[in-house]
Design a protein around this ligand. Structure first.
Ligand SMILES: Cc1ncc(C[n+]2csc(CCOP(=O)(O)OP(=O)(O)O)c2C)c(N)n1
Ligand SMILES: [Mg+2]
Length: 595
């Protein structure tokens, strides 16, 4: 039998990568380093896996997060040993909290070099332990059939956990001894066993979900149905989450059946693809729920909440104070209720839950004698919509909520939107009305960091076109290294950069009245010339001077198919005034109308 000289680490890495490929993994985000050579070359060598190389691991982590969000499928990340691994942590936290599937592969020194002062060596064992769904130290490469089978099973477990069983990031630590390069040989192996090592096991997914409910699940749903029958004053809260497209129709049907209003979060996609008749979809709750009178006379007794914790603090407080019987429904039974007053969460796919619930409710006599409940919410929503539209109609380009509304009205249906934290997501939630157009909205609300926003958007934009990012200036500056992959991979992304020269959100907080500390420690103006920064990366940048200008440049950018920053210099002071005027007007008119 013929033998072939090989590098053990490389064959080990190839066996692992081939198994991932066999499972369907198609993207790897790799950062340069020496210890990770076997993994890097195995991924680079694997036809069918697209590799993105990012020098900055923090960018790489968030970029992978964006890819995984857009594909809803595990994406691999490779880093070398040492601090490189810890640069991934922010993205891993975000992936953990949002249940985004990532397979993190960190290269390490072998056991004998740990804790003895070896170069670029830290304790990588379960480094992300508070924010990871699974960790395994893969062990030293070994080309025996038994160890290769074990390695493949590790790959399968990592895939199954991250994509389905306990969705989110998983961490595999790979110790490698030198030599690391594929053409520096450490072993001789028989050709047959080599072939065998490189062939992945065919994996049959036995966990395909059936729509059939267990007895326990049937009981849970019929309990909810009984509450709905008895309680006319209920709400359906649709929080942030990437729902499947059919959910929209189902939740509207549930609203029709129950006569409960839908409280539609800005980033839930329920605001989009709406018809004129979808009156029960309420979007202006952040304004009308500021009226104490409305709140006092409209206390929900029952709430079904899909998705994550809502963006609006006003809504969250209202739910807490009204203290309804509140049920959270999501795929993994996660808790999204800071008030900690809701019942234990129900683990259901939202669509399946609604289908079964409607089946039970159909033909039942729901106690809806007084129809005022739903009508009042619809009326309050329409009232606030009118006030908002009037105020924004005459607002200049420097008014932040107006910009977001304009962007939504300019971009065509089916554009993907990534929205940054701080004011952009709050303005989107507070000011975007219902529209006929259909959008997919992405967000990093897992930990609501201002880090990695552009990188995440670039990952999304690599898959979905066209993608528009709406972000603040500090968030953009925090993630400047994202401009490297933007250039390197010519990614088509339009960045709407709302530049209020610092953290505008802090203007909304009581600390803003403290002149001594506010500017230096909170708002932190930077006075940077963002145009020259962006242009130094060889990327396109335009300053937007007017609404007309926004329309023209945004339309041009959509056609150009390149990375473009459209920077709008805004005034956080007058933007704050506009928001406050709107809320004050809304309170006034709601209280007159509902007297
Ligand atoms: C990584 C991280 N650091 C700090 C914060 C706290 N923080 C929240 S908003 C904000 C300011 C953001 O400024 P910008 O991106 O310009 O948005 P704006 O407030 O102007 O809308 C900061 C520093 C955070 N959320 N995440
Ligand atoms: Mg800002």
């Amino acid at each position: 039998m013929s033998k072939k000289p090989v590098n053990r680490n490389f064959i080990w890495a190839q066996a692992f990568v081939n198994q991932l490929y066999g499972l369907g993994v198609r993207y790897a985000c790799i950062s340069p380093g020496s210890r990770s050579t076997p993994l890097t070359v195995a991924f680079a060598n694997r036809k069918g896996i697209k590799c993105f190389v990012n020098i900055d691991e923090r960018v790489s982590g968030f970029f992978a997060l964006g890819l995984a969000k857009a594909t809803n499928f595990p994406v691999t990340i490779v880093t070398t040993s040492g601090t490189a691994t810890s640069e991934l942590y922010p993205a891993i936290i975000e992936a953990f909290q949002q249940r985004v599937p990532l397979i993190i592969c960190t290269a390490d020194r072998p056991l004998e070099l740990l804790n003895v002062g070896a170069n670029q060596t830290i304790n990588q064992w379960n480094l992300y332990r508070n924010h990871i769904r699974w960790f395994k130290n893969v062990g030293s490469p070994d080309l025996s059939a038994k160890k290769i089978t074990s390695l493949r099973n590790t790959a399968i477990k990592a895939f199954e956990i991250s994509s389905n069983k306990n969705k989110g990031p998983v961490h595999l630590n790979f110790p490698f001894s030198k030599p690391l390069e594929p053409n520096t040989f450490s072993d001789e192996v028989e050709t047959d066993s080599l072939m065998e090592a490189l062939n992945p096991i065919t994996f049959k997914n036995k966990t395909t979900k059936t729509n059939k409910l267990t007895k326990k699940e049937e009981k849970q749903i019929s309990k909810i149905a009984n509450y709905i029958i008895e309680k006319p004053n209920g709400l359906i809260v649709v929080g942030p989450m990437g729902y499947d497209p059919t959910f929209r129709t189902k939740v509207k049907l549930l609203s029709k059946t129950t006569r409960y209003p839908i409280i539609a979060e800005g980033v839930s996609h329920i605001r989009f693809n709406n018809n004129k008749s979808d009156n029960s979809v309420c979007v202006n709750y952040d304004a009308f729920l500021r009226s104490n009178k409305f709140k006092k006379n409209h206390k929900p007794e029952f709430v079904l909440q899909f998705g994550r914790t809502v963006t609006s603090g006003i809504l969250e407080k209202y739910l807490e104070v009204s203290n309804p019987l509140r049920f959270l429904i999501n795929d993994f039974g996660d808790i999204f209720d800071p008030s900690n007053k809701s019942r234990p969460p129900l683990k259901f796919s939202p669509g399946i839950f609604i289908e079964n619930l409607i089946q039970i409710l159909k033909g039942k006599n729901l106690k809806r004698m007084k129809n005022y409940w739903l009508k009042d919410f619809e009326k309050a929503d329409t009232l606030a919509e009118g006030i908002k539209t009037k105020l924004l109609k005459n607002s200049g380009i420097q008014i932040e909520p107006g910009i977001i509304q304009d962007v939504i009205s300019i971009i065509p249906s089916n554009t993907k939107i990534m929205v940054g934290n701080s004011l952009p997501i709050r303005d989107l939630d507070g000011f975007i009305g219902k529209t006929k157009k259909n959008f997919e909205v992405y967000f990093n609300r897992g930990a609501s960091g201002i880090d990695g926003i552009t990188s995440t958007a670039l990952g999304i934009a690599s898959i979905k076109k066209p993608t528009v990012l709406i972000t603040g200036d500090l968030s953009f500056i925090h993630d400047l290294n994202a401009l490297l992959p933007a250039k390197r991979y010519s990614i088509q992304l339009i960045v709407i950069l709302i530049n209020n020269n610092g953290g505008g959100i802090f203007e909304m907080l009581p600390i803003s009245s403290n002149k001594k500390w506010f500017n230096e420690y909170f708002k932190t103006p930077h006075n940077l010339n963002i145009s020259s920064i962006v242009k130094s990366f060889g990327l396109e940048h335009h300053i937007i001077k007017s609404k007309k200008d926004l329309q023209n440049k945004l339309n041009n950018s959509l056609k150009n198919k390149s990375f473009t920053v459209l920077e709008i210099k805004t005034d956080s002071g007058s933007s704050k005034k506009m928001r406050k005027n709107y809320w004050a007007d809304a309170i006034k008119q709601i209280e007159t109308q509902f007297s």
